[in-house]
Design a protein around this ligand. Sequence first.
Ligand SMILES: Nc1ncnc2c1ncn2[C@@H]1O[C@H](COP(=O)(O)OP(=O)(O)OP(=O)(O)O)[C@@H](O)[C@H]1O
Length: 365
Amino acid sequence: MSLTVDIRRDLGGFDLHTTFDAPEGVTVLFGRSGSGKTSVVKSIAGLLTPQQGRIALDGRVLFDTAARIDVPVHKRRLGYVFQDSRLFPHLTVRDNLCYAARVSGRGSRDPKEVAALLGISHLLDRRTHALSGGEAQRVAIGRALLSEPDMLLMDEPLASLDGPRKAEILPYLETLRRETGLSILYVTHNMAEVARLATHIVLIDEGRVVRSGAPDEVLTDPDMVRMLGIRDAGAVLSATVAAHHPDGLSALSISAGQLLLPAVEAPVGAKLRVRILAQDVILARTRPEDLSALNILPVRVLAVRRGEGPGVVVQLQAGQDRLLARITRRSADRLDIVDGAECYAVMKSVAVSQTDIAVGLQTGL
Ligand SMILES: Nc1ncnc2c1ncn2[C@@H]1O[C@H](COP(=O)(O)OP(=O)(O)OP(=O)(O)O)[C@@H](O)[C@H]1O
């Protein structure tokens, strides 16, 4: 399912004027606090009425001011997962799961299957007030799935969870996407979630779309670094597990060669996406010898962006992929890092952790 959105609404001086397409897959709507993300999602869900515009899901028009169409919320066939789980505390997990299916009247999916997919089978008879935040959120996702929506809208579904709980849920979201094929519009301002889940990214600022496209293009666009956050800037690379070595390292094939990382929990042949932060990439003009860092890739400089501070962001071509490196202006001058320069990108193996790796999901669909 692909969604097209073109809406305009004045929110007390805030001019929401957002136009984008969300193709099949996981489209991440990313922007800082107050950029208009929730207002966009509410408009799609039918909870906020734009003054002007059109919203359509494949051929099905949900909203169109010109044609005077405004499909009511319950007939839009969209699943909505909020920041907080909003479960019924007096009902069991099973009853919470079945509720949406009953209300939507589209419940042909087996709740047990959905519970298994989300790792909540052992919780079915529990009341929801005693669930952990991560468990409750998985039940909320299951409930949305059981209404058999044409698309799932997820508005910062992990924002209320701490780091370990986020890490617990992310693999389920990856499985969900892979196994149900359901298209998802996913709102977040967390870059780790973007890097792990997105198959398409829409960047929004002050109610307007400033950039959209595939993650490997958008995330390595040096002009977007400021908006994405300099500390979080980095690339996502598609990789395949090539070998697991007895010394605890795994070898991954990427288009530019090989990466050695701490043991990756995936079998040989598994497809992965790996996030490499710009601040973890060092540049050298000649191939370094006698270095402890194990990953040295030949790269070509595509662009150099100088900021106001002492740092520069360097966009690099590494095989078919793009990388970003963040180095000092002083080093860039000393090493003559200019457009077209051939050099080597150096990365420590331990710089990439398990949370930077998504299994079974490459940068495309
Ligand atoms: N019903 C409303 N009436 C007036 N102003 C509103 C209304 N809803 C949202 N706004 C304003 O519109 C702007 C965008 O808000 P929105 O909640 O869509 O942003 P957001 O990107 O989702 O932010 P956050 O990440 O903090 O949730 C904000 O300035 C907000 O105060």
